[in-house]
Design a protein around this ligand. Sequence first.
Ligand code: ASP
Ligand code: MG
Length: 425
Amino acid sequence: MELKIFKFGGASVESPARVRNVVQLVATHFQTNSPNPKLVIVVSAMGKMTNAFEVLLEACWHNKPTQEAWQHIYQYHQGQAEALFTSSEGIHSQLAHYYREIQALAADIHQYQVYDQAYDALVSYGELLSTTMLAAALQQAGLPVVWMDARQLIRTDHTWREGKVIWDTTQAQICAALTPPLTEGHLVLTQGFLGGTPDGHTTTLGREGSDFTGAILAHCLDAQSLTIWKDVPGVLNADPKRVAHTTLYERLSYRESAEMSTYGASVIHPKTIKPLVEKQIPLFVRSFINPEAAGTRIAEEPSDKQVPNIIFKDNQVVIHIQSDSFALMNSKLLSTILQACEEANLAVNFIQTFATQLAIATNPHQSRLEQVQVLLQKAGFTVKCTTGLQLITLQRYNDDTLSTILAGRKPYLLQRSEALCQLLV
Ligand code: ASP
Ligand code: MG
């Protein structure tokens, strides 16, 4: 099937003008490929609404006033809806229905005992609202769009906030649900980031996980390509907000892009590449502001530029681990430590071993950090954490790149080989 997957992130639908721009982009695709458009559209929560839902959850979970957090979410979506639709359109009652559900859930959040499960139940409304609104906007433009609930397509286990995909069921559900409407010439629209457990609970796939949803759909449907539409021209060798001169890749290898995103390049989610490689499906990263431009094509072939990549990962916590009995860092101790990280689901972004110590840089995930600390203390280690560090990774670098980045600063930790340099500052 000559099928394409388009993924639109929060920024692409953050204002009424941006929503209209997405409608225009989809309409162009539809006209060019009619009567068989074969397109699946994956959408994130609008603007910064996932953060706004996190704020609401924090408030209700800790029994604090929720009015301000709720009003922010409500006013924002209402602002979008009032600008895009006339008051008589049916969308308003659909939105009102979600608003009531969100308020009821916020008022009764302690029906969940586990914070991370409550997170998935509440934060998922960001995507439900955005896709409901975008579906209405596409219908208004006369496009034959079918809205689908991703929680019934993407089957995951019960790992809240980072659902692990159960591939065989997911594959079967996606094919069964999407093949008929696609064959009949409909456009299918669904939520990024969301999944569902076998017993019907909502899960999420990790922050910024909508790209991964796009890749899952592409994989399961054997799509021709996945396109991630962004507010940047494509994949650059560094974040233009932090580095003065950047270079755009026209072509990038799967491996290089997977490495870049794992080190922290936010342009694509790290889990996106693997499902695509397995089916050799190319990934395009293109600008929704300038949709005529080709952007970056990510596939098996080598990258077209040989420039240094400079990748930043903020808000890192360094855990210093030392054995209480002065034991040396042998493979047995190392495996105990890494197993504790695995058990607590804690990411290891950087690791450096010393004779009697080990340093790991990880993300500031409070409950997982606490769990690791408990596990390691039980196993006879002393654990100390340092917060607020930035991890910088340099690929294809030279001494000039390194000294520009350091700019006279002394790194807190540094590790380098010919191909790769990682430092914490
Ligand atoms: N809305 C989710 C987030 O902001 C998922 C995504 O945007 O990819 O993390
Ligand atoms: Mg987002």
